[in-house]
Design a binder for this molecule. Structure first.
Ligand code: NDP
Length: 471
């Protein structure tokens, strides 16, 4: 059999199809394999090109590949990844590479890396962001693997990654084993938090200012032409322009029950394990969970009254500007929390290559959270790679100082009016806690010692010395 194909792609779902087209566009030849064979045939009917080689068995698939073989898995995360690995192992040789391009749990990626190492096979955990559009035209790629594995795959990955206007490529090796999938997971956690914040601005504009979808579309479009520019804001503006055949707005027909696939939840679980607070990410996950409890909410709304504490309906359109500032300041807090998590994760897992400046750089194009703010984050870490917290960078410090009053007014207004703002308030509380030198945790320590004799440190003695209320 002629072993001439550059790369094998296994899993012809949404991502697989689009990545196959991206690889083809970049001059690679691709062997295609899918659990249900008919998908390969369907794909070839639409994209009949000699670059694609259909394969029906794992053996045929592996035999078609040039050595060292490179296989890109784009299957559902979880057991499907292990199943595919086991299908291919008997047909692979030492030095071959498997790349997992799905949204795998980084801990599983680390396990798979070590397992395949025993077989002499390289394993690359590849976080891919950008949805199907990015997969086809250039995505943000986050790899976790050894340097040796990286040398084998980097040319292929660079070719299919997003490129910035200045030519920079949105692809990095973030560290060994699970580093790439860890990075993708935090990226998705940020995505949850960003979406929650936009949703809260929508709630305020809709309920306080009674703005209609066309007004919202115009406002988000305007915001998107400022420092707030982001892909998520751009699509939000577009969403408010969608109408039904009867002329009504589609947004008003969509059930308010948000779904999730798991990466947001993993981010929070992982943050808890590492010991790094990401309250905005956690609130975004909880907010989706609460929204999905539609029947419970319906029942509760019939019983639990709102007791007004301030007169409504007196908000002027100018309040939209306070909301804008609250949104901006909250985003800064979200990124401060998330980059702290990345720094802590890098330290915890010994991923020394995971540099904050590089991360901000590869998220600037191709991916779902691409935004203007990442440019400022990159500059902040470029100026000071050891920055203890993004909030301390001159640029963000200055912005928060300027926007803080409106941030607080917006958070308070939502609370007074019974409009839930878990994202905005969590972001503000993080800011207030991180800058506080007098938290009530002394009382918590006293309580812990009172009932559990856990001991407490004193502020008039060196750290580490333990005392008790009742010695
Ligand atoms: P799809 O649902 O479109 O496709 C899933 C693919 O996985 C199909 O090829 C399917 O094969 C295969 N598969 C499922 N179960 C098994 C199994 N047990 N054994 C072998 N193959 C199996 O998913 P996507 O393409 O959207 O996603 C693929 C991966 O990429 C996921 O991990 C996803 O989280 C990740 N991802 C998705 C993004 C997106 O925007 N869609 C963005 C970034 C990452 P079959 O056709 O035979 O069912």
């Amino acid at each position: 059999m002629n072993s001439q194909v550059d790369i094998g792609l296994a899993g012809l779902g949404v991502m697989g199809e689009n990545l196959a087209l991206n690889l083809q566009k970049n001059g690679w030849s691709i062997a295609l394999f899918n659990r249900h064979e008919e998908k390969v045939q369907e794909f070839l009917k639409q994209h009949n090109d000699p670059s694609f080689t259909p394969c029906t068995t794992p053996e045929e698939f592996c035999k078609k590949l040039k050595t060292p073989r490179k296989i890109l898995l784009t299957v559902k995360s979880g057991p499907a990844v292990d199943e595919m690995i086991h299908l291919f192992i008997p047909h692979l040789e030492k030095g071959d590479v498997i790349i997992d391009g799905g949204n795998s749990d980084y801990r599983h990626t680390t396990r798979r890396c070590h397992f395949l190492e025993e077989h002499g096979i390289h394993y690359v955990g590849l976080g891919i962001s950008g949805g199907m559009e990015g997969a086809q035209n250039g995505a943000s790629l986050m790899a976790g693997c050894t340097l040796e594995s990286w040398e084998l795959v980097k040319d292929i990955l660079f070719s299919i990654a997003a490129k910035k206007e200045n030519g920079e490529i949105c692809c990095m090796r973030a560290g060994t084993d699970g580093a790439g999938h860890f990075l993708k997971m935090v990226h998705n956690g940020i995505e949850y938090a960003e979406m929650q914040l936009i949703a809260e601005t929508y709630a305020l504009l809709k309920h306080l200012l009674r703005w209609t979808p066309p007004q919202l579309q115009a406002l988000y479009k305007k915001w998107n032409q400022t420092e707030l520019n982001s892909y998520l804001l751009e699509i939000t503006a577009d969403i408010f322009s969608k109408t039904e055949p009867d002329g009504s707005f589609t947004i008003d027909k969509i059930l308010d029950a948000a779904k999730q696939k798991g990466t947001g939840q993993w981010s929070v679980q992982s943050a808890l394990e590492i010991g790094t607070p990401v309250p905005s990410l956690a609130q975004a996950v909880f907010a989706r969970q609460l929204s999905s409890m539609k029947e419970e909410r319906q029942r509760a709304s019939e019983i639990l009254d709102e007791v007004p504490v301030s007169s409504g309906n007196s908000y002027h359109n100018s309040f939209a500007d306070s909301i804008r500032m609250a949104y901006h300041a909250s985003r800064i807090s979200v990124y401060a929390q998330s980059f702290q998590m990345l720094k802590m994760g890098a330290k915890f897992y010994h991923w020394d290559e995971m540099q904050m400046e590089d991360i901000a750089s590869i998220w600037q194009a191709g991916c779902i959270i691409r935004s203007e703010m990442l440019h400022d984050i990159r500059t902040a870490y470029k100026n000071d790679p050891a920055l203890p917290n993004l909030l301390l960078s001159e640029h963000f410090h200055h912005t928060i100082t300027e926007y803080q009053r409106d941030w607080r007014i917006t958070a308070a207004t939502g609370t007074l009016q019974g409009i839930p703002l878990p994202g905005i308030t969590a972001a503000l509380h993080y800011y207030d806690m991180i800058r506080s030198t007098d938290l009530p945790a002394n009382l918590i320590q006293a309580q812990r010692d009172y009932f559990g004799y856990h001991g407490f440190e004193r502020n008039d003695h060196p750290r580490g010395e333990l005392f008790h209320l009742n010695p």
